[in-house]
Design a protein around this ligand. Structure first.
Ligand SMILES: Cc1cc2nc3c(=O)[nH]c(=O)nc-3n(C[C@H](O)[C@H](O)[C@H](O)COP(=O)(O)O)c2cc1C
Length: 165
């Protein structure tokens, strides 16, 4: 990192960026479901349909995602902040008490009641400093009418339309 940049300033500036919240899931080589909460998620390309998510290299589930040929992304809905916290907590059974549904293309568990669910084939992985950028080719995308969960300034919240005034 540049000597001139205070990491706290970088974090504080990025905390001003509002994002949605996702849970990214796959199966490890033993067939166990793993997953993590991610806000570093973006649409990447329409043709071909690609998305990306950034995973810290020291995550316990990193090795599983480095091998996985498929993964799922659940865009969390309002009222699912406890699930976001759960999938951001290390060394617990993240699936205990979490309702999931198998993806229709991959069978990978996705979060029940999420605002949208996507399944991907792993297209490529890129180095991103202390993160790996996972790029997925989108196989299925299902949205329901649920309002999304938002994350801003280290808190969870909901969308309120700007009145333009
Ligand atoms: C709102 C929120 C957003 C997060 N976004 C990311 C992210 O985009 N990428 C990431 O690697 N970790 C992110 N994290 C942290 C991981 O979810 C957390 O470190 C997780 O426990 C890592 O997986 P592991 O339990 O397998 O180590 C986020 C956490 C929260 C609460």
């Amino acid at each position: 990192m540049s000597a001139a940049l205070d990491p706290a300033d970088f974090r504080d500036a990025m905390a001003r960026f509002v994002s949605g919240v996702t849970v990214v899931t796959t199966r490890d080589s033993n067939g166990n479901a793993v997953g993590f909460t991610a806000s570093a998620f973006s649409s990447l390309s329409l043709n071909p349909p690609l998305l990306l998510v950034c995973l810290q290299k020291d995550a316990d589930c990193h090795a599983a995602f480095m091998e996985a040929e498929q993964f799922g992304v659940s865009i969390l809905a309002q009222g699912q902040s406890a699930i976001a916290v759960r999938f951001a907590t290390k060394a617990i059974d993240k699936w205990d008490g979490t309702r999931s549904v198998p993806g229709r293309a991959t069978g990978i568990p996705l979060i029940d009641g999420a605002a949208a669910r996507l399944e991907c084939r792993t297209h490529s992985r890129a180095d991103g400093g202390d993160h790996t950028i996972l790029i997925g080719e989108v196989l299925t995308a299902d949205a329901n009418g649920n309002e999304p969960l938002l994350h801003f300034n280290r808190s969870f919240g909901r969308f309120v339309e700007d009145d333009g005034a």
